[in-house]
Design a protein around this ligand. Structure first.
Ligand code: PMV
Length: 321
C-alpha cells in the first residue's frame, strides 16, 4: 500500500479558553471552549502511508524532527483503521517565522484529516474533530471554520467541536501583536495541568467560564462586538490568573505583553472597540472590527513595529488540498 493525501487546516484563537483536562489521556476538558478560526495562519500537511517504510518519519518545514506525539497520534489512526503501516508526515507551517503562533491546533487538525484519509478512513467532521482532539485539544475546533464551540463531553465519543457560525459575515477580526520571548515557554499541556493541580482558583475558573460561554453565545447571536471582546478579555485574564496563582506560580506575560495590553486599553479609552486575549505565550491578540483595523494599526505601529502586527480575518475549516 502507498497512499498520499495533503490537507490544510487553519489555526484558531479561543474567545472562551480551554484550560485543564479531566482526562489527560483522552484530552477531555473541564469546560467548553469557543474560538474563531483564522484565515491568516495555517498548516499544510502531507501524509504518505507506505508499506516499504520501517518507521514513521516527520518533517516540519523540511527539517526532520523526532516527535513522540506525532507517532502516538499515528498509532491512534492505525488503530482506528486496523492497519499496521508506517507513514511519512511532511508539514509546513504558514505562519511568519518566530511568530510564536505555530499552533498545535492547525497542526493536529491538518494531520487528522490527511492521515485518516490517507489510511482509507472516511470520517465525518464530528469524527475528525474527535480524532484531532487526541493530538491537541484546541485542534478539535480547527476542523471547522469561523466561530466554533468545543463541547467538553465526558468521553471519547461525546467530546467534539461544533460550528456556531462557519461563515462569519459580520465585522469581527483579529490583530496579532508578535512579541519576542527570550525565555523558554511552559507548553500549554504542562501549564494547564499545573494550574489544575495547584491553583486554588481553578474551580472558580471552571465555574465562571460556564456563564461566560452562555453570555458569549448571546453576544455572538446579537453581533455585539464590544460584548464579545469584553467577555473574551475577562475570560482570558481569569485563565491567566490560574497560572499566577499556581504553586509555584508561572506566567506567559512578559513586559511587552503588558505594554500591548495597556495600549489596547488606551485605544479603548479613546473610543475604539478593541479587546485583547492571550494564550500560552507572550503574544497579544486584539479582537476588533475590520473597519477600525487601519486606525489601530496606525496607532500601534510606532509602539511595536508595523511588521509585528498581523491582521487575521475569520477563516475556513480543514480541507483536503
Ligand atoms: O490545544 P492545546 O493543548 O495547545 O491548548 C490550548 C490552550 C490555549 O491556547 C491557551 C487555549 C485554547 O482554548 O486554545
Amino acid at each position: 500500500m502507498k497512499n498520499k493525501v495533503s490537507a490544510r487546516a487553519h489555526t484558531n484563537i479561543a474567545l472562551i479558553k480551554y484550560w485543564g483536562k479531566q482526562d489527560p489521556d483522552l484530552i477531555i476538558p473541564y469546560n467548553n471552549s469557543l474560538s474563531l478560526t483564522l484565515e491568516h495562519f495555517y498548516t499544510d500537511t502531507t501524509v504518505t502511508f507506505d508499506d516499504t517504510l520501517s518507521e514513521d518519519t516527520f518533517f516540519l518545514n523540511d527539517q526532520r524532527i523526532n516527535d513522540k506525539k506525532v507517532v502516538h497520534f499515528l498509532d491512534i489512526v492505525r488503530d482506528k483503521a486496523q492497519k499496521n503501516v508506517f507513514a511519512k508526515v511532511e508539514s509546513t507551517n504558514h505562519v511568519p517565522t518566530s511568530a510564536g503562533l505555530a499552533s498545535s491546533a492547525s497542526a493536529y487538525a491538518a494531520l487528522a484529516l490527511a492521515a485518516s484519509s490517507a489510511i482509507g478512513l472516511q470520517l465525518t467532521k464530528r469524527e475528525l474533530s474527535r480524532l484531532a482532539r487526541r493530538g491537541s485539544g484546541s485542534a478539535s475546533r480547527s476542523i471547522f471554520g469561523g466561530l466554533v464551540e468545543w463541547e467538553k463531553g465526558h468521553n471519547d465519543e461525546d467530546s467534539f467541536a461544533v460550528p456556531i457560525e462557519e461563515n462569519v459575515t459580520w465585522d469581527i477580526q483579529m490583530i496579532a501583536i508578535m512579541i519576542n520571548s527570550h525565555e523558554k515557554e511552559i507548553d500549554s499541556r504542562s501549564g494547564m495541568q499545573h494550574s489544575v493541580d495547584t491553583s486554588p482558583f481553578y474551580h472558580d475558573w471552571v465555574k465562571t467560564t460556564e456563564q461566560d460561554l452562555i453570555d458569549m453565545k448571546d453576544a455572538i447571536s446579537k453581533r455585539d462586538l464590544a460584548k464579545v471582546g469584553q467577555i473574551a478579555e475577562n475570560n482570558a485574564m481569569k485563565m491567566h490568573a490560574t497560572t499566577l496563582s499556581a504553586n509555584p506560580s508561572f506566567t506567559y506575560f512578559n513586559p511587552d505583553s503588558i505594554r500591548a495590553m495597556d495600549a489596547v486599553k488606551n485605544l479603548r479609552k479613546s473610543g475604539i472597540t478593541c479587546y485583547f486575549t492571550m494564550d500560552a505565550g507572550p503574544n497579544v491578540k486584539i479582537i476588533c472590527s475590520k473597519a477600525e483595523t487601519p486606525y489601530i494599526l496606525n496607532k500601534l505601529s510606532p509602539l511595536f513595529g508595523a511588521d509585528n502586527l498581523l491582521v487575521a480575518k475569520p477563516g475556513p475549516g480543514a480541507t483536503i488540498i
